[in-house]
Structures are given as C-alpha cells and as structure tokens.
Design a binder for this molecule. Structure first.
Ligand SMILES: [Mg+2]
Length: 179
C-alpha cells in the first residue's frame, strides 16, 4: 500500500480546531464524520458537548453532514437522530462503499467533501481512496478495543514516517505552517 494513501491532508487535536470557514472557502460543502473516538469517546454513550456544538456550527454554516461508522446500526442511528443528521452504520471503512453512499446521500462530489476521523487505517485510508479531503483528529479516549490498540502502534509508526517525509505536520513541527 502506498504510504501516501495513509497521509491525511490535515491534522487537528480536536474538531473545534477545524477551520470551517476556511474549508468552505476551499470549496468543501459536506462533512463525513466518524463516531467512535471522534464525536464520542469510545467508552462513553454521550456526545461530547464541544463536539455537539461543532456539529451545530457546521450546520449553521450550511455544511451537509453525514456520519459514516463501522459501528452497529442501533448506536449509529441513535446518535445520528440525536444530532439530526443521516448516519451510515457497518461501513467497513476503509472500504469505499460507505464514503460513496454518503456522497450520494448528500449529493456532493468527492472534491466538495471532507472526512473527519481518528484512525489512519480506516477513516483516512478510506477517505483518500474515495478522493475526499481527509482530516485526522486526535482520538478522544485511549480506551479502545485491543485490536484498535494494536493498530495504534502501527499508526504511530506510519505517522512518524509521514512526518519524516514532510507530508504530515503534527505536534512540534506544526507551528511553522500555521498562520
Ligand atoms: Mg473512530
């Protein structure tokens, strides 16, 4: 697999850090959002209030929104209903299918869309394969499935490589390109 496909277009520490007006100015009209450890901490049922506010802000600005999750139908639809946006469960990210269905649902092209998610091997890989703008967000919680924890180790290794290549800007090398 090409390393490029695992490289997000942007890294942020939280959803609130995403510059929505700037995205809009870049032609992004629609947002695909992951649930677990992006909107909701993995071990919690409640949506973080800051994230709820972020969803409302995105709506106010006129973005179309759609949840795409590998999670189960019941949890995904419950949260989607709560937020008043559509939700696609059992997406099997990084498969393209869920992303493409979301684009269809929101009636937008890939280049008008961004995905926001916490995992390189599902959200970012799937987003890049689907041709959407990819935003990697720091996970809300470090409580995760053992399999995910294992993936995190691999993820950190990949991220270090991406930083070394100068493709990914995170942490200490971040301030240089800001502002
Ligand atoms: Mg996630």
């Amino acid at each position: 697999m090409a390393l490029r496909l695992l490289c997000p277009n942007k890294f942020v520490n939280s959803l609130a850090e995403i510059n929505l007006p700037l995205l809009q100015a870049q032609g992004v009209k629609a947002l695909i959002v992951d649930i677990d450890n992006t909107l909701v901490a993995w071990d919690k049922a409640e949506i973080e209030s800051a994230n709820r506010a972020w969803i409302e802000k995105a709506k106010r600005l006129g973005f179309s929104l759609c949840i795409v999750s590998n999670g189960k139908e019941k949890r995904v639809q419950g949260l989607a209903r709560e937020l008043g946006i559509p939700g696609l469960a059992n997406a099997i990210k990084p498969r393209k299918r869920g992303f493409l269905r979301a684009l269809e649902l929101m009636n937008v092209r890939p280049e008008e869309t961004a995905i926001v998610g916490d995992q390189l091997f599902t959200d970012i890989l799937g987003g890049n394969r689907s041709g959407v703008y990819t935003i990697w967000v720091t996970p809300l919680s470090d409580q995760e499935l053992p399999t995910t924890k294992l993936m995190r180790k691999l993820e950190r290794r990949v991220a270090r490589n991406l930083v070394k290549k100068g493709w990914l800007v995170t942490g200490s090398n971040r301030s240089e390109v800001q502002g």
